[in-house]
Design a protein around this ligand. Structure first.
Ligand code: NI
Length: 374
């Protein structure tokens, strides 16, 4: 469904909301407005659109029948000014620091990607778990390592990345825990392996839990966001396919295409002066999603002795589907030959993936061993 932009205006401040669609209801918008202006859940708001009130909390009918040509402006008014000023005074009161800090956390989390971005209600990561340096049993020799609090924020940023939210929804995924991999454990693994390929993530029991290596080897900072994100998508791909075979890479490549396509569609969304692609560290020199993904795959697959030309058709097809689904937002000319692709190939369908997952589970039961993959 095509999302579009609306502007919310409150006390002279305007916040642009993206992710509004023709199925957005009054209730949705009410919630978005509370988040956009950092108000408490209970705060009572009045939303005015074209002189009409949209503020009923139980209003479940869509507001916009069609995609508006121009970004609609919605006026937000607080019906109870006491609640707002009450909140403000609480914030500036130094004696209730706990509350204040908690509030800040919530706001920062929401603001990684702008006020309207959050995980899907149903398809999401349910819990987050970071390592504290006490749990490493080891401190960096000099300097510091990021606090567990920052690691939590990073995990939340990954989970609410619009590209990841799109993937989770599209594939109806639920992951129990998104966790930080123990950096010490990882080091042991590395010395054990010594084979060049380092261990950057785990998937336990088909996505019940995913752990990612967040910190750099010297522990002084985090790995680049783009790399952690690529690892997350890699681990999600292991939900269906355990081995690094062609089906695995097809699935991975299609998810990468969904990820990049989402950020390209959001190019007009600016959060704190940056596009979401910039916030995600995506260097998109081309708006050709297919080329971008294939280039990436070439590097990743080479480590496993494979080449993306083997899966070019299903990747290309997925890119075309994305263009069609989000019609009118075509991102650029994809290199599409005149040959009929349908006869020779098709993308990994949900059924293919389900089959692969079932085979994987059967194999694991036979081996009766651990079912973690990297
Ligand atoms: Ni792997």
């Amino acid at each position: 469904m095509t999302s579009f932009l609306i502007n919310l205006s409150f006390q002279g401040k305007t916040v642009a909301l993206t992710d509004v669609t023709t199925s957005t209801t009054g209730t949705d918008l009410h919630r978005m407005a509370l988040v956009a202006f950092s108000m408490e859940d209970g705060a009572s708001l009045k939303l005015l659109y074209k002189g009409k009130r949209l503020d009923q909390e139980d209003d479940t009918s869509p507001i916009f029948k069609v995609v508006p040509k121009k970004a609609p402006k919605i006026l937000v008014m607080a019906t109870s000014s006491s609640q707002i000023s009450d909140l403000q005074s609480k914030r500036s009161d130094p004696t209730i620091r706990g509350f204040d800090q908690e509030r800040t956390t919530v706001q920062k989390k929401e603001l990684h990607w702008g006020p309207t971005t959050s995980q899907d209600k149903n398809y999401k990561f349910c819990r987050f778990q970071a390592c504290t340096w006490q749990s490493f049993g080891h401190r960096p020799t000099d300097g510091e390592t990021p606090h567990a609090f920052e690691a939590m924020q990073l995990l939340e940023k990954l989970a609410t990345d619009p590209g990841i939210v799109a993937i989770m929804k599209e594939r109806e995924l639920v992951v129990g825990t998104l966790g930080e991999m123990d950096p010490i454990d990882d080091r042991l693994m590395q010395t054990k392996q010594q084979q060049g390929a380092c261990l950057l993530g785990y998937n336990t029991n088909g996505g019940m839990r995913i752990d990612l290596k967040l910190r750099r080897d010297d522990l002084k900072g985090f790995r680049p966001y783009t790399e952690i994100m690529a690892t997350l998508i890699h681990e999600l791909s292991h939900n269906w396919v355990g081995e690094h075979n062609l089906l695995f890479w097809t699935n991975f490549g299609q998810m990468r295409a969904e990820y990049v396509h989402t950020h390209l569609r959001l190019r007009s969304t600016v959060v704190a002066g940056k596009t979401t692609a910039e916030l995600a560290g995506l260097k998109l020199e081309t708006n050709n999603v297919y080329d971008f993904v294939m280039q990436e795959l070439q590097k990743d697959m080479a480590q496993h002795g494979l080449h993306p030309n083997m899966i070019a058709s299903p990747i290309e097809q997925r890119c075309r589907e994305l263009d069609e689904t989000h019609g009118g937002q075509k991102l650029g000319s994809l290199v599409v030959g005149s040959t009929d692709l349908t006869a020779t190939s098709r993308p990994a369908t949900a059924r293919d993936l389900a089959l692969a997952a079932a085979e994987q589970r059967a194999k694991e039961q036979k081996n009766n061993g651990k079912s973690s993959q990297s």
